[in-house]
Design a protein around this ligand. Sequence first.
Ligand code: AMP
Length: 301
Amino acid sequence: MTIGMSNNNTLIVGSIGLDTIETISDRKESILGGSATYATIAAGKSSDVHLVGIIGDDFPPSGMKIFKEATVDLSNLEQKKGKTFSWGGRYAKDWDNRQTLFTELGVFKEFDPVLKQQNKEVPIIFLANIHPVLQLSVLDQCTKRKFVIIDTMNLWIDTEREKLKEVISSCDVLLINEFEAEQFTRRKNHDDQGTVLQALGPQNIIVKCGSKGAKLYAGHQLDTIGVFPIKNVIDPTGAGDAFGGGIAASLANGETMIESIINGSALASLTIEGFGIDTVYNASVDEIEKRKEHLRTTLNS
Ligand code: AMP
């Protein structure tokens, strides 16, 4: 079944930040990060990305160079006087526990995008994790939207439940991790979670289960996709965003939902193999294809 569009353009909306990441063996300060950044780099491997975001006047030229390479349209990348959004995270040994050390919104406080005409017309939209009110405001401006993918986080489930419900009702693909799915639906059983979320509107619910892979609830069908095995995880930051960007790009290329998840998973596996954007940014088409081949063998196995 082909459900994506064929014109290959994706609109990516989310945070652009400077991250400080601490793992048990290393620490990196002020490296390029943010949900839209990871999604853009992943989607830019196989689609024409229109990036919507905000940066401060401290944003490094090296970051701008990366965006110029990974996108076709930066007309909605706003630069304002002030500090770029910054976030610090610390990982425990098992990677599952991530502690937020700080979140400094900077110019992100003023983020209220007004889309340029060409960006309003992009049919495939990935709303990476940002405040649901902002997600709704962008969606309202997208006059030719054909396929909307959204991601969220536990914070919005706690604090903006009703607005988040509105966003979920307006999307075609919901990305949610297994903990958030339980938190939102107040159900423990995975299939019940899928049913509750589908009842809100989206035809496709993708539950991200970390190292166990992902589940796709579409209609009455449940499919499972495994992971590409990684020997040495370096930094899991942004894996979910790269996953979403990869899904958006494949849908823009007219691929099926399953193939899109496989592309997203391949890009997520590359993201966690290096600090920040490094490995996914430098990944070759051949390496991505090799990982997709492996991931195809994990379908429903
Ligand atoms: P993930 O690992 O997929 O949760 O995404 C990590 C990225 O999200 C980091 O690069 C952060 O800069 C960014 N981030 C962290 N907190 C927020 C927030 N409250 N809103 C938007 N982006 C955030």
